[in-house]
Design a protein around this ligand. Structure first.
Ligand code: UDP
Length: 218
């Protein structure tokens, strides 16, 4: 018997993560037969050469241990699935592209996805189930909470705090804070794509533009 590895979510995010997962296992000499998609609403039985299992089938398949990476952009769904997996003894699995650059004293929580060309510089703390999409970076002295999502090309400069469940849209730039006075993006805040964030963003608020301002819903 062998361990079983799952990419949870067989849609856009999952299909981007699967090749990285495959390469990671290949380096460890583990066969791709041990690698499947997990999806609760599968639209097919197979995608890009990998079977899609229901969560139940994933649990029922004989294996020494089970690992899953939660490849779903919606952070609240990730949190629910993380709790489900923990209850069933499915371990969080971190996936990192082979060209990710990680510098000194980076404390990365379980279950992260680090896409190609991601850089994490020095003295950074990151919580669980972080998604750093293509070409995004986190600069020095940042503190990032749980279930934070970076779309492609996010530039998070130094001394920034990002609280749990914040979503940072593609190409957003976050101005650096100062030692002892970080720029803070609050819990569940949403930063629109291309935004230039120059000041704190309160919890739950959506901002967009340059400089980023709260969206007024009409
Ligand atoms: N999904 C799931 N369980 C859940 C919620 C979502 O298996 O509790 C699956 C869903 O069926 C879909 C994928 O996760 O296949 C999410 O895909 P979507 O296109 O919404 O988002 P993305 O891939 O961009 O995260």
């Amino acid at each position: 018997m062998q361990p079983l590895f799952g990419v949870y979510g067989a849609s856009g995010c999952g299909r981007g993560v699967m090749p990285l997962a495959r390469m990671q296992l290949q380096k460890l000499g583990i066969s791709a037969d041990s690698l499947v998609f997990i999806d609760d609403n599968p639209e097919a039985v197979n995608v890009n050469g990998h079977p899609i299992l229901s969560y139940r089938s994933f649990l029922e398949r004989k294996a020494t241990e089970r690992y899953a990476v939660l490849a779903i952009a919606n952070s609240k769904v990730r949190e629910q699935l993380a709790s489900r997996c923990a209850n069933d003894g499915v371990r969080p699995w971190t996936i990192a592209a082979s060209n990710v650059v990680t510098m000194d004293d980076v404390n990365l929580g379980a279950g992260a996805i680090l896409s190609p060309f991601v850089t994490l510089t020095s003295n950074i703390h990151i919580g669980q189930h972080f998604h750093a999409n293509l070409y995004s970076y986190v600069e020095h002295d940042c503190v990032i909470g749980d279930y934070v999502t970076f779309a492609p090309g996010v530039k998070c400069n130094g001394n920034v705090v990002i609280e749990d469940h914040a979503y940072i849209g593609a190409g957003a730039v976050i101005r650096q804070g100062r030692p002892g006075r970080p720029l803070v993006i609050g819990c569940g805040a949403v930063i629109g794509m291309g935004a230039v964030v120059t000041r704190d963003v309160p919890p739950g608020v959506t901002v967009a533009g340059n400089p980023a301002k709260p969206l007024v819903r009409g």
